[in-house]
Design a protein around this ligand. Sequence first.
Ligand SMILES: [Zn+2]
Ligand SMILES: [Zn+2]
Length: 539
Amino acid sequence: MTNPHDRALPRAVRLAMPLAQDVVEEVAKQHGVCIRPVPLKRLDTQTGQWEIVDVPCGSPMEAKCPPCAKRNRHLRMAQCREGWHLDEEPVITPDEPNDEQRWLVEFRADIQAQRDDADKAGADTAELDALIEGLDEEINNAGMRGNVLGRTAPKRTRSTKRRQDAPDLPKRTMTNTTLGRTFQAPDGKTYRPSLFVTLTLPSYGKVRDGVPLDPETYDYQRAARDALHFSKLIDRFVQNLRRVAGYDVQYFATVEPQKRLAPHLHMAIRGTLPRAEIKQIAAATYHQVWWPQADKVVFDGEHLPIWQDGAGYLDPATGEVLPTWDQALDQLDADDDAEPLHVIRFGDQVDVKGVLSGTPDADQCIRYLSKYLTKSLGQSLDGGQAQREHAARFIDALRYEPCSPTCANWLRYGIQPKNAKAGMTPGRCRSKAHKPEHLGYAGRRVLVSRKWSNKTLAEHKQDRRTWVLEALGQTGEPIDPHRYVWRPLPAGDANVPPLSVRLLRSVRERQRWRAHMAQLEAQAQGQDLSATEQTGRAA
Ligand SMILES: [Zn+2]
Ligand SMILES: [Zn+2]
């Protein structure tokens, strides 16, 4: 394959090549083909042949290229529509692991082995740890529940006075249903109303057009901590909602950024509750973060803890070993006067809207729910200079906030992070939460309860394929899930053809598939016609 850096090529050809790459990418986009495919090795156990196969970037949840993001958004919309006004109880059956899940688990095992080797060799494992974390998420998202390793550490029990109890909210007796109430109109028609709820975080200071009027007094620290712990607050809201509703409330929710950079939540809820109750639940919901203090800076600048093998991180001046994460938590538990590091609540702005199934209103809400799904939190905002400066200050505030128990920033506050290892530097945590595109929120963008539509996104994808085939009078052949064995390929593997070649191949496949579908469609219509003719003749 020609290489643009090959000096033997004429200059004009060399200059033209990046352009060609752009064109190929453009063509791929037009055909809805993934432009960041991941090459994998695949063994066909029926033929014993290994081959290199491209899979679309990002598994169903987190696409990295625009065509995949667009496709996923449409799948999400289908999923949202399907569950919202469900009128029959979904039946939950555990699924056979499919190809993707199998591959994810195998891949995770490989990465785990690499990580353990790296750890043994004293190398930095942060990147691999992050990858494993991401894979666990993907595995869950792919429809397998729980952690592949099972629970690794026993859950800490905290003194009862710190239990985050349901506040004083009305409580209905729990009924074993996921469906909301229906209402009968005098004309006999049944209505199945559902809710569309928007929940927002509190004010951190006055803003105009998303930008603080006074950056000096705007509470960036609170904004940062709220964003970091937002997903916990959502969990609490759902718990409280179910208690009050008295049935197993199902939801489809998306987390999206506001102009002021705070995450907020849009939630389609199956069934309905009085508006006032939703507002009451939102007002009463809170989450306490029982972490050690992170306000008093102990180590800073050049004065940083030192790593010693076998001992952990030491105070550079005294040589004293810093408290470990578990010790710090024990200390916190023992202290009756301790306060949580942070308490997060929703703001006053709660929007509740009743929606009837099948109405244009419902469609509009679904579009609204998925509006920003093709973009990351930070990307959705394209304000001017003032907003960029606001974003920079926000990212700055996030820089030294501990994002999780394993965050390197704990060293700044005199505590060894959980699973501490050599090479950790406060302010350099590589977790998603600190990055500009995530704005403190590293959780999932789409939150779907288990009994929403009774299907995972992968199943919705399969559904769509089945639907197309059925519409054409064909049925999909079941694929033997045990047929293929997948393996990752090392980066830069010489057997992988250049990207443009692979993209063009995918485009060709897509074209072939389209042509085939068109042909099937024409055939099906032809059959319909002859069927009509025959009926006509018989009559
Ligand atoms: Zn892609
Ligand atoms: Zn961090």
